[in-house]
Design a protein around this ligand. Structure first.
Ligand code: GLA
Length: 390
């Protein structure tokens, strides 16, 4: 069986009830932002490259109310203990734990000139944390639209995505790229978001899963990943070093020929890291061309090539992710790959709708046979970005 999404109305009811319990009155509103899958374009966004993510039907909700004074009070039904902070005291290195995400957003809004007052926020949702589906960007983006609306800050979605990323980079301390917050803000139902992370130009590319008889299966390995660990920053530094060797502003500007010609200077693993980024950018452009031409069903080989490159050249897969991908393909998936930063987290598989159950079964069997804990298998739908729900 594949577990389905929660009803959004149930989630709204739950977060409003929780707000009433904590704050003793109704919230002024409820806002939400989605998690995401990345179809293709992994570890390209901090190289000024291309990505093709989709927002999914899993949300982080924020019930929010204004309060007098300058305090930000935060509760989460999932993430950790409540926090009660003086807004003026929030900044880089000054907030610990999950509260750094919403408090960091408040700080970033303030840095952008927004006049924020005090607020009470209660957070709930169904984006599993640590699953590689960007629960942190969803939390940041839901907080950003909630606080901006609550205090009348006039900032467009792209600006809010930038502030949400700034919170993650500077207050949480994860040097992530632009992808997750952009798609959580700008996603559109039935579409993937083609994003040029240098110009921040976007194109909504149709992803007609149902019409094509396909579905997107997510296999959450439950082997949690933590971006705060050094591996992500390591990869980013390796890419910057490779760009410097090649004499280009970013790996986005390098060709495969240039990379191969510089093999000796790049060394190992520099050559492989650079080769992943350059070939992955090309795969994104190919995927977009296929989708524009209505060939969603032909994406499989690109997904497979992306996974192999992430596993062998970029070395950010894991035994669990490889097992998930192999099981999905074995069970008849058109293509599968790890999604997100890697080092654990989730794989996605593009699967004929009638084979989704078989993919789920095969993944569970393969995990059991390998001695891994059971994966969580679900289907997701390309969905709208951040919005007010109540
Ligand atoms: C994480 C980061 C993104 C991106 C991916 C890898 O999700 O937050 O910016 O770098 O990893 O593609």
């Amino acid at each position: 069986m594949i577990s389905g999404e929660h009803q959004v109305s149930d989630l709204v009811g739950r977060v409003v009830d929780a707000f009433r319990d904590q704050v003793g009155r109704d919230p002024d509103g409820v806002w939400a932002a989605p998690g995401r899958v990345n179809l293709i374009g992994e570890h390209t966004d901090y190289n000024d490259g291309f990505v093709l993510p989709a927002a999914i039907d899993r949300l982080v909700l924020v019930a929010a109310g204004r309060r007098d004074g300058g305090r930000l009070r935060l509760w989460s039904l999932q993430a950790g203990p409540p926090a009660d902070l003086e807004l003026a005291a929030v900044g880089p290195g000054r907030v610990e734990g999950w509260a750094a995400y919403p408090a960091g957003v408040a700080w970033a809004l303030g840095q952008a000139g927004a006049q924020l007052g005090g607020a009470d926020l209660v957070v709930d949702g169904d984006v599993p944390a640590g699953s590689g589906l960007s629960s942190s960007a969803a939390l940041e983006c839901a907080t950003a639209i909630a606080l901006a609306d609550l205090h009348g800050a006039r900032l467009d979605r792209q600006a809010l995505a930038g502030l949400a990323r700034r919170a993650e980079n500077e207050v949480v301390g994860v040097p992530s790229g632009a992808m997750d917050q952009m798609v959580s803000m700008l996603g559109r139902a039935g579409h993937a978001l083609f994003l040029d992370t240098r110009s921040l130009e976007t194109e909504q590319v149709p992803l007609p899963l149902e019409e094509s008889g396909l579905c997107l299966v997510v296999i959450d390995t439950r082997a949690g990943h933590r971006l705060v660990d050094g591996a992500y920053a390591d990869r980013k530094a390796a890419c910057e070093a490779a760009a410097a060797v090649l004499g280009v502003p970013a790996l986005r500007d390098a060709t495969l020929e240039q990379v191969e010609a510089a093999a000796e200077a790049l060394g190992d693993p520099g050559l492989r890291r650079a080769r992943h980024v350059v070939t992955e950018n090309a795969r994104v452009l190919e995927a977009v061309a296929l989708l524009r031409a209505g060939h969603l069903d032909r994406l499989g080989p690109l997904l497979a090539a992306s996974h192999a490159s992430l596993r062998d050249d970029y070395e950010v897969s894991s035994p669990e992710l490889d097992t998930a991908v192999e099981a999905a393909v074995d069970a008849g998936a058109a293509g599968a790959r790890m999604t997100g930063a890697g080092f654990g987290g989730s794989a996605i598989a593009l699967v004929r709708a009638d084979l989704a159950g078989r993919v789920a079964d095969r993944a569970r069997e393969a995990f059991a046979a390998a001695g891994f804990g059971p994966p969580e298998v679900t289907t997701v739908l390309p969905s709208d970005g951040a919005r007010r729900l109540a």
